[in-house]
Write a protein that binds this ligand. Structure first.
Ligand SMILES: Cc1cc2nc3c(=O)[nH]c(=O)nc-3n(C[C@H](O)[C@H](O)[C@H](O)COP(=O)(O)OP(=O)(O)OC[C@H]3O[C@@H](n4cnc5c(N)ncnc54)[C@H](O)[C@@H]3O)c2cc1C
Length: 240
């Protein structure tokens, strides 16, 4: 990946501009928390009332607490046709909003704006083959995409530190999900996603979506292009 086409934090700026450029005026909207599902000590799922919110699998939204002007982006974890909205959040050490969101209770209200972004499948998705590469909570848009497109030809390669971070892996058929655990032996593969991808064939017709931290995205992007995957077939969503 060259410096000119690397995804950077300006992606977030672009997303913010895209948000400001929209015409909806009654935003953000208040949504009631239905439940909190703790997956590990620091990762959790918030489920909200959906109200009139509609989105395409792969998009994200912003969350904000009432009376607080700090907002952050979160990919939508639930499928578009689910009767609720869900996000998968990792509480970040010294992070401002993720810590506060981990302390909300059922019945609390959260302000939601969106949907935003273009990290979705093309209309002809049924004729394509997909590789989804995620680190940590970067699995969230792929969960929504997988549940929202039954019959999709995809494989998820999920980079985690420990096997316990293979969040809700039973949502995917066993042959479509590979947990790459870098710090224990509880994953399907011991090592990083780049190690896994280096050792496995990737069909050059595959469409690849990368989501998570930018270091992984840079490395995997370079690896894929050096293996003959056309840059036009790679899409990225940078979290931080
Ligand atoms: C399009 C988009 C979608 C996103 N979707 C999700 C999602 O589905 N789930 C999710 O948990 N986060 C997601 N994020 C990240 C999220 O927006 C926040 O940045 C994150 O929750 C930290 O916010 P904070 O206020 O707690 O930390 P802050 O106080 O804003 O930041 C503290 C520091 O933590 C770093 N940081 C941010 N995220 C992480 C992380 N996951 N691990 C380690 N360090 C981090 C930041 O770079 C910063 O240096 C997404 C970001 C973007 C741009």
């Amino acid at each position: 990946m060259t410096p000119e086409n690397k995804p950077t934090s300006s992606d977030r700026f672009t997303q913010t501009i895209a948000r400001l450029g929209t015409s909806k005026t009654d935003r953000p909207q208040s949504h009631r928390i239905q439940e909190i599902r703790n997956l590990t000590d620091t990762a959790f799922i918030l489920r909200f009332d959906k109200n009139t919110f509609r989105f395409t699998a792969g998009q994200h939204m912003t969350l904000q607490l009432p009376g607080n002007n700090q907002m952050r982006e979160y990919s939508i974890y639930s499928a578009p046709d689910a009767p609720y909205l869900e996000v998968l959040i990792q509480e970040v050490e010294k992070g401002y909003l993720s810590k506060k969101l981990h302390r909300v209770k059922p019945g609390d209200q959260v302000l939601i704006d969106g949907p935003f972004g273009f990290f979705s499948l093309d209309e002809d998705y049924a004729t394509k083959k997909y590789l989804f590469v995620a680190t940590g909570t970067g699995i969230a848009p792929f969960h929504s995409i997988a549940l929202g497109h039954p019959g999709l030809d995809y494989k998820i390669v999920h980079g985690i530190r420990y096997g316990a971070e293979a969040y809700e892996r039973n949502a995917y058929p066993a042959n479509r999900y590979v947990a790459c655990a870098s710090r224990d032996h509880e994953g399907d593969f011991q090592g990083r996603v780049t190690d896994y991808l280096s050792r496995n064939e990737i069909d050059s017709n595959t469409f690849v979506y990368l989501c998570g931290n930018c270091d992984m995205i840079y490395e995997v992007y370079d690896l894929l292009t050096s293996r003959g995957i056309d840059a036009d077939k790679i899409r990225t969503e940078v979290y931080f």
